[in-house]
Design a protein around this ligand. Structure first.
Ligand code: GDP
Ligand code: MG
Length: 797
């Protein structure tokens, strides 16, 4: 393999470094170093063989220029691959220059030689004047107009049939005194910038020194020695040999007798400022240079080792040896990069060979993904999906149980059993159910009538519970796509969308029947009020507690009275004392009389009472404490005579068995429910209003009996409602599980197969996500480049 064949490898690697932003591969570089105006840019131009670099007196090169020379053959296909931007300018108009060139049928000479800037991708600069202009513009853009310097390099590639493959770096020259916008530490800054390039071990330093200045003062050699003390990668370049004083020459230096450099010194004659002004061509200049050495008495004998041409071929050899040394290292780095690229490629999944293979294979693929999806869905409901799911919030099945136990449970618990039920409603219901006759006992009809609408209160939260579970299942469907199976599915957005769609449809289908069933559950409970339910408090027990409470209250009252009385006794004399006592007795006998009056009335409608009394009530009545039984009989129609006797008996034992407090007081004490409380306190608040009369009066109108009845009914409603609530709270989640959750779990796989396992759909379903496709292609491309480079390197090594 020839040296020149090896260089495209380097350029290729350089390309990879630039395009993939991987700065890992330290490719061999050539950098020109030297004091200002010593001829660095001129040397580079000569090597390139083209007139394109800004040159001149003063500081001209103000940004590093990374210059890649690429040798192309005339028939190289790249010559004809004219990029799109080349035909039109950035604003889309046809560039006149390009148009002329094209209409001329492509000027063959310029077309095989052009420059490309990294910062102007896709545009070929055919004119070297344009290239120089672009360098100047780009320099000013970053480094400013006034002599400032910047460390940011300009990247330029020169494609030509007439260059050797070299990568060169033009650097700003060393200066001592700041001018223009240059900072006071310009010398240090430039030095650092140069060091940045030449300190890299793979950088070959072209240390330029002008022959008309004493070599002892050469800044470039001083710098080079710092980073390359043994001089094994420093090439000495002696410019301006033509400007040496008459009678002096640089032969000693060129022979290595003055300054020892392993790679030696090469003498050069560049174009003078006058030549530049005269527009002397490079070809002419190279010719003149050669003539200079051939004809010069001192250099004639060594003319084949002088001049730009010799410099170029020498550099090429040096570079090649350097590359050879570096190759194993580059290869290792390349392997790392390839490994990374391969890993990345694997992350995009295999190339969908299923698309090109048989329908059977595609079917299997769809089926596999479908099954995984279904399983993942079922697992996240069952909680067996131990995966990337969050530990911070509940998910999947756990959420559903949370809905049942917390959300739904709390909502049911919050229902007030007597919601929207006023004492007036109860009273009206009682009155209506008894018809024209006075009620003799608490009518069951009224209880039935009142409790049914209350059960309806359970419907809304129950339906909401179905909805919540439904929404949760929807969430699970979508979450499955963000789990690990989801990652696989991300490649096939259409399949993913379809899977979600089919399961969502299935879910929606089940929402109706489940809701209907839950509604009918409530309806069922409203259809028959089972007062035989073992947990039902029953009228007897309800009465029992009402009476107990009242007795307690009475006791409290009489205790108070007793206390007051004894206080009075202590205060007044005996005669006065007696008067008061007789007065109190009178009060008590009045109380008894009033109770008697009440008791007498049921006697008359005894028969009616008996026929209506329910078995429940009778059952409840039996076995109740004697004392309380008397009161229950009062309501539920035991023999009124016996009843009366008992009552009287009791009245003797307890002189004040029944004394209702002031209506308002009583209301607050006995009607404990929030709702009734509210309606009552509202009434109380209205007391002073002129309009309050009616309501106030209404309350007053409630007889003691009615108050007792209302309270009793209220308690029965609360008791019965609690039983139904408990049952509903148990039944609704079970129904949802059966009709919605489990149904979906059982049918998901089948439904997916029915809807999606269809050969005509496979193509569409397995269409890959475009961005993933693009990423993969990009990755494959990079990998290909790496492999190519790696193969070439392997051949060399
Ligand atoms: P840089 O600042 O190191 O890049 O130097 P340039 O390449 O810009 O050259 C500075 C000036 O020196 C220009 O006017 C060149 O024409 C002139 N120059 C460079 N090399 C030679 C040479 O070998 N002989 C003569 N006569 N002039 C040269
Ligand atoms: Mg320069």
């Amino acid at each position: 393999m020839s040296f020149e064949d090896l260089i495209p490898v380097v350029n290729k690697l350089q390309d990879i470094v630039t395009t993939t932003q991987v700065a890992d591969i330290d490719l061999p570089l050539l950098a020109v170093v030297g004091s200002q105006s010593c001829g660095k840019s001129s040397v580079l131009e000569n090597i390139v063989g083209r007139d394109f670099l800004p040159r001149g007196t003063g500081i001209v090169t103000r940004r590093p220029l990374v210059l890649q020379l690429i040798n192309i053959k005339e028939d190289d296909p790249i010559v004809h691959q004219v990029p799109q931007q080349d035909i039109t300018t950035s604003n889309g108009e046809i560039n006149l220059e390009d148009h002329l060139r094209k209409s001329k049928g492509g000027a063959s000479r310029t077309a095989t030689e052009w420059g490309e800037f990294l910062h102007v991708p896709g545009k070929r600069f055919y004119s070297f004047n344009d290239i120089r202009g672009e360098i100047e513009r780009e320099t000013a853009r970053i480094a400013g107009q006034n002599k400032g310097i910047s460390r940011l390099p300009i990247n330029l590639k020169i494609y030509s049939t007439r260059v050797l493959n070299l990568t060169l770096i033009d650097l700003p020259g060393l200066t001592k005194i700041p001018v223009g916008d240059q900072p006071s530490d310009i010398e240090r800054q430039t030095r650092n910038l140069i060091m940045e390039y030449i300190s890299k071990p793979n950088c070959i330093i072209l240390a330029v020194s002008p022959a008309n200045v004493d070599l002892v003062n050469s800044e470039s050699l001083k710098l080079a020695r710092q980073v390359d003390p043994t001089g094994k990668r420093t090439v000495g370049i002696l410019t301006k040999l033509d400007l040496m004083d008459q009678g002096t020459n640089a032969v000693d230096i060129l022979k290595g007798n003055v300054y020892p450099l392993k790679l030696g010194f090469i003498g050069i004659v560049n174009r003078s400022q006058q030549d530049i002004a005269d527009n002397k061509s490079l070809d002419d200049s190279l010719f003149t240079e050669q003539q200079f050495f051939v004809n010069h008495p001192a250099y004639r004998s060594m003319s084949n080792k002088c001049g730009t041409k010799y410099l170029a071929s020498t550099l090429n050899k040096i570079l090649m040896n350097h590359i050879r040394e570096r190759l194993p290292d580059i290869k290792a780095k390349l392997n790392t990069l390839m490994g990374q690229a391969e890993q990345e490629l694997a992350s995009y999944g295999d190339i969908p060979s299923a698309l090109t293979s048989s329908g059977e294979a595609r079917g299997a693929m769809v089926l596999t993904l479908m099954t995984k999806f279904a399983n993942s869905f079922v697992h996240s409901i069952d909680g067996t999906q131990v995966s990337d799911f969050s530990t911070k919030e509940l998910c999947g099945g756990a959420r559903i149980y949370h809905i049942y136990n917390e959300v739904y449970g709390n909502q049911l618990a919050m229902i007030n059993p007597t919601h929207n039920l006023t004492i007036q409603d109860i009273r009206t219901a009682i009155r209506n159910s008894t018809g024209p006759r006075a009620s003799l006992f608490v009518p069951e009809l009224a209880f039935d009538l009142l409790v049914k609408p209350q059960i309806k209160l359970l419907e809304e939260p129950s339906k909401r519970c179905v909805e919540l579970v439904y929404e949760e299942l929807m969430k699970i469907v979508h979450n499955v796509c963000s789990s690990s199976i989801g990652l696989e599915l991300n490649r096939y957005p259409k399949l993913q969308a379809k899977l979600i769609e089919v399961v969502s449809d299935l879910l929606r289908e089940r929402l109706g029947p489940t809701t209907k069933y839950v509604e009918s559950l409530i309806e069922i409970h409203r259809a028959y009020i089972n007062t035989n339910h073992p947990n039902f408090i029953g009228a007897a027990q309800a009465m029992n507690s009402v009476v107990e409470e009242r007795q307690k209250q009475k006791e409290l009252e009489s205790n108070n009275k007793l206390r007051l009385a004894s206080e009075r006794i202590l205060k007044s004399n005996s005669t006065k004392n007696q008067d008061e006592e007789s007065e109190e007795d009178k009060d008590e006998s009045e109380d008894i009389n009033s109770v008697d009056d009440v008791i007498k009335s049921p006697k008359h409608s005894q028969s009616h009472q008996r026929t209506s009394s329910s078995s429940t009530v009778q059952r409840s009545v039996t076995g109740v404490h004697e004392n309380q039984e008397s009161y229950l009989n009062y309501f539920f129609g035991k023999d009124p005579l016996v009843h009366q006797q008992q009552l009287q008996q009791q009245a003797q034992l307890n002189p004040t068995p029944f004394k209702f407090p002031h209506p308002h007081e009583q209301t607050l004490q006995f009607i404990g429910s929030n709702n009734l409380d509210a309606s009552m306190s509202k009434l109380s608040m209205n007391e002073d209003d002129s309009t309050s009369f009616e309501t106030d009066d209404t309350i007053n109108e409630l007889s003691e009996r009615e108050q007792l009845e209302c309270e009793l009914i209220r308690r029965l409603i609360i008791s019965y409602f609690s039983i139904v609530r408990e049952m509903i709270q148990d039944q609704v989640p079970k129904s949802i599980m059966c009709l919605l959750v489990n149904y979906i779990k059982q049918h998901i796989q089948n439904r997916l197969v029915v809807k999606l396992y269809n050969e005509s759909m496979f193509d569409e379903l397995l269409q890959e996500d475009e961005s993933i496709q693009a990423e993969r292609e990009k990755c494959i491309e990079i990998l290909k480049t790496y492999r190519e480079a790696s193969n070439i390197i392997s051949d060399v090594v």
